[in-house]
Design a protein around this ligand. Structure first.
Ligand code: MG
Length: 266
């Protein structure tokens, strides 16, 4: 199931507003062939449909989730760790991105004037479905609602100069997530491709992660309680690089779809 969150123009008795819904139509089909069926309430429990439905092209997609926090892992693909000048850490290196950094598909990544080197990092995102605290590796994936594509946008110059990640990875718009959440997906070996202006920059597989998704969730949940809707960014493969105003960056993950964001000066 593909769960989207969107702004709609209303339908019958339903006033215009924001809803979650399931995206229907063939996987990989052109968006003009897809529809969204609104669900009643939120997607964390049993799904009930309201009966309202729109063509996907007639709604505006939002970030599929509003997390209380985004927990990310650094250097989790060894080929990326090497390009950053080191090895993948034996103990997962985790950091937070603020909830205010989250944007959705087609929303603009806004470059802060304080940085002259902003990079894309295409990543698989896992969305948590129920409170997770001290969960075991064996149970960890039962806490996942589904998966999205994501971009861990980073002001690389500030990451280097600050020696920690809060500013470099925390700007508003630095965490595109989308285009929707795919449930029931085996995410252990998916192809992940990042393109800038159509040119392939990253081409990896989620099976290349040093710490797999279950280990990440178990580790993170031993540090902080993960809440429904929280987003885990699972690391980026090799090939990170700069984006500038006027670019369009796309993260495509097999079985999920394409997350596309224009880049603008703020
Ligand atoms: Mg990253």
């Amino acid at each position: 199931m593909r769960i989207a969150r969107f702004v709609h123009t209303g339908s019958g008795e339903t006033p215009a507003g924001v809803a979650w819904g399931t995206v229907e139509g063939p996987s990989g089909a052109d968006r003009s062939a897809l529809t969204v069926a609104a669900i009643d309430g939120h997607p964390f429990g049993p799904i009930a449909f309201t009966g309202d439905r729109w063509a996907l092209e007639d709604v505006r997609l939002l970030s599929p989730i509003l997390p209380s926090k985004v927990v990310a892992i650094g250097k989790n693909y060894s080929d990326h760790a090497k390009e950053m000048g080191g090895d993948a850490p034996e103990t997962p290196l985790i950091f937070l991105k603020p909830s205010t950094s989250v944007i959705g598909d087609r929303d603009a990544i806004r470059l802060p004037p304080s940085s002259s080197e902003v990079h894309y990092e295409g990543e698989l995102a896992a969305v948590i479905k129920r409170p997770a605290r001290n969960v075991s590796v064996d149970d960890a994936l039962s806490y996942v609602l589904g998966y999205c594509a994501a971009n861990d946008v980073t002001a690389r110059d500030q990451q280097r100069s600050d020696g920690q990640f809060t500013r470099a990875k925390g700007y508003d718009s630095f965490c595109p997530i989308g285009p929707w959440i795919v449930t029931g997906l085996d995410a252990s070996d998916l192809r992940l491709v990042t393109r800038v202006n159509g040119q392939v920059k990253q081409d990896g597989r989620t099976s290349q992660m040093v710490h797999d998704i279950a280990h990440q969730i178990a580790f993170m949940s031993g540090v902080m309680t993960l809440l429904p809707g929280d987003v885990i960014l699972t690391g980026t493969p090799a090939g990170v690089g700069p984006i500038v105003a006027g670019d369009t960056v796309e993260v495509e993950i097999e079985g999920i779809g394409v997350l596309s964001n224009p880049v603008v000066a703020s």
